[in-house]
Write a protein that binds this ligand. Structure first.
Ligand SMILES: NC(=O)c1ccc[n+]([C@@H]2O[C@H](COP(=O)([O-])OP(=O)(O)OC[C@H]3O[C@@H](n4cnc5c(N)ncnc54)[C@H](O)[C@@H]3O)[C@@H](O)[C@H]2O)c1
Length: 447
């Protein structure tokens, strides 16, 4: 397809929300039909939210694990909903789910290595695609998904829930209102002690975190192996998604290059020895992933970003946000804000005062609906945005270019570390359109 023709036809490239004239009217009474691929722990979170909605029907689910499917089916029974069509028995059973013509949108919550092929298959079949983090493994995976979205004129949204966290999105409101002045430096990351993953019974405490692969349960089945085989910023999107919105990445700004550093790997090995003993077979496993991986990113508009990945050491959870401009900053670790002219010189203010005042219109509108949703309510918003987009047949508020730019940090950081911490360039997935695209995320209280 010629580029000009693509730009004319596509709704994902520049204009953002192109609400069809009759879209919302038609949408009122319509149930959106969704298929879920991967009904493990995360897929079940999404399923619970979808089953509670009166505008959505989950008509098909797919998984290769009988136990996970049984748990998912129970959720339908609990909500007294009609059981969906079940696809299982092969790693490629999802292809048959995607073929169902009634399905308008698919949600992908499988291990990372499956995301790119599943996204591409969904786009090819003309479905809205909502994929869990991340988009792919290699840089080529990311290009392949972007090209598929462009070629099929499809909509793909990474279900990056942290963008909707109440404090995170209130800070977006503050940034947009100029409270911190011009943006200068941003930090975020994924700092979450993941050593204590569970055994097959899903609840055993003894030996927890020691077994993975075939003997593991849920993420221990597949995620721990990424820490064995790879070294880089393996989980960038919870940190970078919000940051990208603060500085309009792909919408007037872009990531230019990055450089990553990794420490030695000690945490996982020590944990296995402590819990399973020095003779445990997994005590021999050599983990490639450094305990702390730091990544510096530069942007076209002159900000710097620091991302930190820290999943193998004892520590409380924190995404470590810092949003700093010419007039002040927010830091989430000490829950504090400093704004020149408002705060006493050199003294932190309790962030709560500002967070209440700048509560985002979306939270003001939907906080009752979000109550009880996982991860402090933010999961409601990300699913709501996806479903509303499908229902109204409009572009999703975060698109394939956002997903690709955020998620490509992983292969680029692996490359930087392999090259002895060299700075590597970011590809421009938008092919120059970042210069004219406008921000569309969370501009009002719609979705
Ligand atoms: N956004 C968040 O807050 C958040 C939280 C947890 C997990 N996640 C993401 O969600 C995804 C899934 O994680 P999880 O914790 O649910 O893991 P999980 O292991 O509990 O679930 C993954 C499921 O995918 C199934 N699966 C594997 N291969 C498949 C295939 N070919 N076809 C169909 N099903 C297949 C597995 O059997 C399993 O049930 C990952 O991308 C993870 O990073 C996101």
């Amino acid at each position: 397809m010629h580029r000009r023709e693509f730009l004319k036809n596509t709704t994902i490239s520049g204009t953002g929300f192109a609400i069809l004239p009759t879209g919302s009217l038609v949408a009122e009474n319509k149930k959106v039909k969704i298929g879920i691929i991967g009904t493990g722990m995360r897929g079940q979170n999404h399923l619970e939210l979808l089953l509670k909605r009166s505008d959505t029907e989950v008509v098909a689910i797919c998984d290769v694990d009988e136990g996970m499917l049984t748990m998912a089916k129970k959720l339908f029974a609990d909500e007294k909903k009609t059981l969906p069509k079940i696809f299982t028995g092969s790693d490629f059973a999802y292809e048959d789910l995607i073929k169902l013509s009634e399905i308008e949108g698919i949600i992908i919550a499988t291990p990372w290595e499956w995301h790119a092929p599943m996204c591409i298959a969904g786009l090819e079949a003309g479905k809205y695609v909502g994929t869990e983090v991340v988009l792919g493994i290699t840089l080529q995976d990311h290009w392949d998904v972007v090209k598929a979205a462009e070629h099929y004129k499809g909509h793909l949204m990474m279900l990056e829930n942290v963008c909707y966290r109440r404090d995170v999105i209130a800070v977006l409101n503050m940034v947009r209102k100029g409270l911190f002045g011009e943006m200068i430096h941003l930090q975020g990351g994924y700092q979450h002690d993941l050593r204590g993953v569970k055994l097959n019974d899903g609840k055993s405490a003894y030996g927890s975190g020691v077994e993975f692969g075939d003997k593991g349960f849920s993420e221990a089945k597949w995620r721990t192996n990424h820490s064995v085989l790879r070294n880089g910023e393996l989980y960038p999107t919870h940190g970078i998604g919000p940051i990208a919105h603060y500085i309009n990445i792909n919408r007037g700004n872009r990531f230019v290059n990055l450089c990553s550093f990794s420490t030695k790997a000690r945490g996982m090995h020590e944990y296995i020895v402590k819990k399973g003993g020095a003779d445990h077979p997994n005590a021999k496993v050599e983990f490639k992933l450094g305990d702390v991986v730091t990544t510096n990113i530069s942007t076209a508009n002159g900000e710097s970003i620091l991302l930190q990945h820290d999943t193998s050491l004892p520590r409380p959870y924190s995404l470590g946000f810092r949003v700093q401009g010419t007039n002040g900053l927010w830091m989430d670790v000490n829950k504090s804000i400093y704004v020149e002219g408002f705060s006493k010189p050199h003294q932190w203010d309790d962030a709560k005062i500002y967070l209440d005042q700048y509560d985002h219109p979306l939270w003001k509108r939907y906080s009752n609906d979000a109550e009880g949703a996982s991860h402090g309510g933010m999961d409601f918003f990300v699913i709501n945005a996806f479903i509303e987009s499908v229902k109204r047949k409009v572009a999703t508020p975060m698109d394939v270019y956002d997903a690709a730019a955020w998620s490509a940090i992983t292969p680029l950081s692996e490359q930087s570390i392999q090259l002895g911490n060299q700075t590597v360039d970011f590809p421009d997935f938008t092919s120059g359109r970042w210069m004219s695209r406008k921000p569309v995320f969370a501009l009002n209280d719609d979705f």
